[in-house]
Structures are given as C-alpha cells and as structure tokens.
Unconditional design. Structure first.
Lengths: 430, 367
C-alpha cells in the first residue's frame, strides 16, 4: 500500500499549463495572503515564501488577464470558459449571494432562528468546485453549507423551507441551517462540529473505491470535502489526510481559508499558516489557489477531480478566500480590521467574473442583468413558498429516529411500540 | 486440567491473568452444563457471525486496529483476512476518530461497516462520530440517510488492566436516541445479536466482554443456522423464579445465575433476566417479572450514578410501583476509577456475594 511519491509534486509548475505569461510580467498578488497585520509581526521570510508560491501559479485568472490585456496585445490569451459555462458560473454565484442576503433579512425579521452561518464572499470556491461534479459525486460540508447545497442542486425552495423549519424543507425541518442533507443530490451534510465532515467524506470516497474493487461496479464518483482554516488544526483532519493518501481515495480536501475561525485569527492559532504544505507531508499534492477568483479555482478543481477519477488519489487544495459577513448572524464581528474587509471586498468574486465576461465579450450587461433578475425572483419565490408551508406535524417528532423503528422497543402491551397507532400520532408517551 | 490451560494460553492474545480467569470459568461452565450437547465459545460465536454475514452480503466489511494480519486483538476476527482479503478486512492506523468517521461515511454511502474498537474505552476518541454523525443522522436528514453500521468491541472490566481500560459504556451509549445498544452474554446471544446488528439498518453499539470470550456455552442447532437472528429489544429470562427479580447484562448474568443457585439453597427463588438489549430496554419483560415477584435487584458492572440500573429502577417505580413489596436494590461497580491491585479490583466490582446479600435484603431475610 505504498504511495508513489512522484505524486507529491504540487500542481504549481504542472505540465498542463498552457498559459504562457512570462513570470517577470506577473505582478505580485495585490493583497497579502496573511491577512491583517495590525498587531502581529510576520517573519518576512514567510511573506516572501508566499509571494513566490503565488507567482508560481500556472493558472491565470481574472485579475491577471484583465491587467495583461491592457499591457500587451501580442500575447495569445486563453479564455478559460465558454459563454455557456460562464453564464452557469455567474448564475450559481449570484444565487449563492442573493440567497444568503435573503437569509440575513429573514433572520432579522424572526423567520429564521438558531445558528445561521452565511457564505457571502466565498462563492467562488463553491461554484468553482461543485459545478464540475456530477449528481452522483458527493459533497460534505460544515455548518456554512447553504451555498454548497444550492450549488449541488438542492432547490432554493427546499433550503429556504428547511431554514424556516417547515415540513417542505430538504430535511423536513428536522435538520436546520447546519444540517443540509440531500440523498438525491448526494449532499451528505451539513456538520456542526468542525472536522466532523472530513472523515465522513473520506468514508464516502472509500465507498467509491470499494464499489469499484470489491463490488465490481462501475464507479468513478469523487467526494469533495469543504472545511475551514480552523479545522486544519484539528486531529481528525490529519488522520484523514493520512488514510486518504494511504488508501488512495478519490477525495478532494478543500480548505476555505478565510483567515478567521469566529474571532480566532488563523495566524494566532497555527504554527505554520500555509495549509497547502500539509498535503505533501502525507503524500498528496498540496495546492494554494486564489479563492476569490472562480476561474482559477475551477482550473485547479478540474485537475484535482480528474486526478481523483483516474484513481491517483487525494488532493489538498487551499483556497484563499474571505467571508464578508461575521462568522454567524449573531457574531458582532469586531475583531476584523476594516481595512482588511475593504481589501477583500474589492476582490468580490462576482464582480470579478462579471468584468471578465463583459471584457472578453462572453456576455453583455443585459444578459447578466437578466440572470440577476431571474435569481431575485427565484429567491423571493422561495421565501413565499417557505412562508406558506406548514410546520411539521406532532407525529413527526418521533419519526425517523431509526430506519427500523422497532428500535423504540417493546411497549407495555408486549407489542413493538412503533406498531401502536398512538405512537405515530405523536400522542404516545415514550 | 493441563489441556485446558494449554488451550487457553494458545488461544489467547490476552493477559495471563485473564487467561487464568478464563480457565477457571471454563472449568466452572464445563461442570455446570451437560456434556454431549454442542458447545461454542463466545469468541467462536462472534467470529462465525461476522463470517456468515460477510459471505452473505458483499457490502459488509470489517475495519479496526489489528483485525487483519494480527487476526484480531482478541482473535474475534481470526481467519477473516485470509478468507475475504484486504479489501474487506481493513487494518487501520491508530486513528479512532478518523476510521470511525470513515466507517460512518461509508455507511452513509450504502456500505455496511463493522467497526471494531480494541476496547470501548478507545471509542471515547471517536464518540463524536458515533453520536453526532451516526446516531443523529437519520433524524437530521429526515430519513434520507440511514447508517447501517455496527460498532463492536470489548466493554467493561477485564483483569488488572487499570482505570483507563475498564470502564463500562452501556449507560453512556444507551442514553442516546438513534442508537441501538446490545450486550450479549452467552454464545447464542453473541451469534444472534451480532447477526441482527449487522443486518440492522441503524447504528448499533455492540458491547462484548473480554472475560466472556473464552467461555463455552451450549448452543442449539437452531442457533448454528446461518439465518439465525435474535430480535433487538427483547430480554431473555435465563432462570424462572417467583421471589425476587434480578436483572442484569453481559458478564454479570453469569454471576447472577450463580447467586440464584446460592439463593435457591436458602429457599429464595430468584428470576434472572438477561437484558440482552440495553437500548431499547425491554421494560415490558422487566415489569411483568417484577409484578410477579414484587422485588427487584438490578446488577451492572458500570459506575452507579446515572447507570443502566438507575434507569431500570426508575422504570419499575413508574410502572409497577404498587406491586413492589420492598425498595428496589441496585448493585453497580464502585464509584471509583478502577484500581489496579487485584484485591481492590475485586472490591470495586459486584461479586456473587453482593448479589446474594442484596436479594436477601429485598426479601427481608437480612439487614
């Protein structure tokens, strides 16, 4: 079961790079990866290391293309997407953003309750990866899972109803914001504990391999596990990096590094903040990508997914991204620097993609406006639907605890409790 | 005698103290049961159950530490690697949280893992997955994702293994909705309940006992059949009686039966109930028995506070209060982390004398 270490080269410098921009022309990334430097001193070597890493990236995304276009006309520019793909990506990101904005509104109006964690600003990661997957591929996420569910295909109505706690929700109101499950779309949750989803995702990838090797089925399904920077200090993460590489599982570990775990800065809590480096330590490629740029994410994702489907094993992808809102709607978000927020707001992935599409003549403003309007209506309709839906009935309290409800045991009359009609009406005493 | 000692020594993978205990109990059980009927050790019963379920359903696979090449830390999975290959019997690294989560994820995706914990004490490193990702998932997903997984391994005290290897987890797991918790005693229990657990579409915590592995029990032809299955949620009345009800599970069933014999000599007829299923608890059988005898003694090996016995006492007081002729008696392990010294360990666990004394107290035959 030895891993082949030739597979540990990072995707930087991969032979598949068709883009021919000379390195000296490539401007260093406009923002510092290491986030706010207000009260922390960062060893200069680290920053330099990161700048090198970014410069080595073969993938040219929106920012650089737009810049380079102004500078030279003689370079052959590779447009990374077709018009159709571009519109699909745009629509998905707009859906994610509008939906989350609507969630915030609904929360402050009291229609939504409990813990709600919004994804604003990180749409490029979800869209970049999930739009490359098929329906039978699996996605496992954290509590910040609304947009992953939407990208994977769960309808906005189902997600909104679930958030309102109504019976028409994707989990009939029993899961809530942090537990979006959909068997149909292979959205395997929605986990509140950080790090909890990673082994579950590894298990789903394990099943793909098992189906191929033991059950002799045709199975090319991959699993994508999304989690944050805080999770990368958790033991389970390392246990799974080890086992995924050991068993060569078809999984992609996607780190949504938004630099903050509630109020804990990534720099304060991590001995070596460059998470992508942890991949090669376990025998898999580790890649760092600009997570505010959907096209760059998509290029890296394509490579990682293809690797997994070919049976070459896992990849660790670190996406540098940012959440525009607080950790949750209850978070006052006082610890983050206004300057840092402004810097990332200027790199809004949706604005960037819009600019790319328009400047490369893939779409005009009108078409994009139509999409935005369509999504607005979709989200409003989802809210109306959720509002109008009924709450779960009493009997639902005791349903679905077990797949085999005999697990409720034998009642005083000697029969199984679940056979008692009062039980399913929700009036029996448990 | 030497033959038995030699056999246990070769058979084991356990500590010498436990081999001695196994020898002693093997001798005792050889004496108490009729020779001529077929006998099977609990170890063989578990091994055959896993073997049969693996051959019946290719989605069943085993994972855990030392389950493959080492033939199982307690030899329960002996021979499975040779028979089914490394794609179905996984030797994992020492990563309880990781491999338990992988098992749960595989169950989400449709496979049927049997995850072994070397002892249930180690399950504490994975308890988040057992409870949060396995037990609660069917509910959180409103029935979309069920988790047909079995978590098995030795539970409770062994012999001289110290505080961190001796805790009984029955009460902890049995308090969680969404889990089924089973605790076999005899070889027949082991076979029937493990087969039922593997076939069950829900997460099952299967609590074995290291000291019972080497014990032989008579086993019926019916139990040897590959389709044999015991119902989950039904207790077994091991010995009928009319004066006092003794409820217990796992190793303590053996102690309770011995206590019942001692009580019979003094004219007290004790009814011994082997719970078999801690969750769901067979309250119907327990209460029916208490209504017959009017006295209850509950026994368990685990810590006393918030234990299985506490739940049984509460259930009996709620449902059969007017039938009780005496206060309910609860015997549990001592409220201390398990000591190492052999005499202290003996004091920290319920013994046959304790059960006899409690039963007599319930019958007002002693103070």
């Amino acid at each position: 079961m030895a891993t082949s270490f030739s597979a540990t080269l990072p995707l930087h410098g991969s032979q598949e790079n068709r883009l021919l921009l000379p390195p000296i022309r490539l401007a260093p990334p406009p923002s510092s990866f290491l986030g706010s430097t207000r009260s922390l001193t960062i060893p200069s070597s680290r920053r330099l290391y990161h700048a090198h890493a970014a410069r080595r990236s073969p993938v040219v995304g929106v920012q650089e293309v737009v810049k380079e276009k102004k500078v030279t006309n003689s370079l052959v520019l590779c447009i990374l997407i077709t018009k159709e793909e571009g519109l699909v990506l745009y629509e998905d990101m707009i859906l994610g953003r509008s939906f989350e904005d609507m969630c915030a509104q609904m929360y402050y109006r009291g229609k939504m309750f409990g813990f709600v964690h919004l994804y604003n600003g990180q749409e490029a990661v979800s869209t970049g990866f999930i739009k490359l997957l098929t329906q039978s591929d699996s996605v496992v996420s954290t509590y910040r899972d609304h947009v992953h569910a939407l990208s994977k295909g769960v309808s906005a109505r189902a997600v909104m109803s679930e958030l309102f706690g109504k019976v028409t929700g994707c989990c009939r109101g029993q899961g809530g914001s942090m537990h979006m499950f959909s068997k149909e779309h292979n959205m395997l949750g929605g986990f509140a504990f950080i790090g909890e989803g990673i082994p579950v995702a590894t298990g789903a990838a394990f099943t793909s391999k098992y189906k191929r090797e033991v059950l002799k089925q045709d199975c090319e399904d991959v699993t994508v596990a999304f989690f944050g920077d805080g999770t990368c200090n958790n033991g389970q993460f390392y246990e799974c990096l080890n086992m995924a590489a050991l068993y060569k599982l078809p999984i992609i570990f996607v780190v949504e590094n938004n630099l903050w775990a509630i109020g804990m800065s990534h720099l304060r809590s991590t001995s070596d903040p460059e998470i992508w480096k942890k991949g090669p330590a376990f025998g898999m490629p580790g890649v760092h990508v600009d997570g505010m740029d959907v096209l760059k994410v998509r290029e890296v994702a394509k490579e990682a997914v293809t690797r997994a489907r070919r049976g070459e094993g896992p990849t660790l992808v670190e996406c540098e991204t940012y959440r525009f809102r607080g950790h949750s709607l209850a978070d006052p978000d006082e610890l983050r620097d206004a300057a840092e927020k402004a810097k990332y707001a200027a790199r809004d992935p949706i604005t960037a993609l819009k600019k790319y599409l328009v400047e490369n003549k893939l779409a005009n403003e009108g078409e994009l406006k139509t999409i935005e309007k369509k999504i607005d209506e979709l989200v409003e309709e989802a809210v109306e639907f959720a509002d109008a839906s009924p709450q779960p009935g009493r009997s639902q309290l005791l349903e679905n605890v077990f797949a085999d409800p005999k697990g409720f045991g034998i009642g005083p009359d000697g029969r199984y409790r679940c056979e008692d009609p009062k039980f399913t009406e929700g009036t029996a005493q448990v | 005698m030497w033959g038995i000692l030699r056999r246990s020594a070769v058979d084991g993978g356990g500590f010498s103290a436990s081999s001695l205990r196994r020898t002693r109990s093997a001798l005792v059980s050889a004496r108490s049961y009729a020779s001529g009927s077929k006998e099977m050790t609990v170890r063989d019963a578990l091994n055959s159950a896993i073997d049969e379920e693996m051959s019946a359903d290719p989605k069943v696979f085993v994972m855990g530490e030392e389950v493959g090449q080492y033939q199982g830390a307690y030899k329960i999975t002996k021979g499975l690697l040779e028979k089914y290959g490394p794609e179905r019997v996984y030797d994992t690294p020492i990563t309880e949280a990781g491999f338990t989560g992988i098992g749960v994820g595989a169950a989400y995706a449709g496979l049927k893992p049997v995850v072994e914990f070397m002892t249930f004490n180690f399950s504490m490193q994975a308890i988040d997955h057992i409870i949060n990702s396995a037990a609660k998932s069917n509910y959180m997903s409103a029935g979309q994702i069920n988790v047909p997984i079995v978590f098995r391994g030795p539970n409770g005290a062994a012999a001289g293994v110290g505080a961190q290897h001796s805790q009984c987890y029955a009460a902890w797991y049995a308090s969680v909705p969404g889990l089924k918790v089973l605790a076999p005693y005899s070889a027949e229990d082991a076979r029937g309940l493990l087969k039922a657990a593997i076939r069950d579409p829900d997460p099952v915590v299967f609590l074995e006992n290291e000291l019972l592995y080497g014990e032989s029990f008579p086993i019926s032809e019916e139990a040897l059949d590959s389709s044999f299955c015991l119902p989950i949620g039904k207790a077994k009345i091991e010995r009928e009686g009319k004066d006092v009800t003794i409820t217990t599970f796992s190793k303590m069933v053996g102690f309770a039966l011995k206590a019942a014999e001692k009580l019979a000599e003094e004219g007290i007829s004790a009814e011994v109930i082997n719970l078999r299923s801690i969750r769901p608890l067979d309250r119907a059988t327990i209460n029916a028995s208490v209504r017959k005898t009017s006295r209850l003694v509950t026994v368990e090996e685990g810590f006393p506070q918030h234990g299985v016995c506490a739940e049984i006492c509460a259930s009996v007081v709620e449902e059969s209060f007017s039938y009780l002729d005496a206060p309910v008696e609860r015997i549990a392990g001592a409220d201390v982390p398990m000591p190492y010294a052999a005499n202290l360990e003996r004091l920290a666990l319920p013994q046959v004398e304790d059960i006899v004394r409690a039963a007599k107290r319930a019958c007002y035959r002693s103070k």
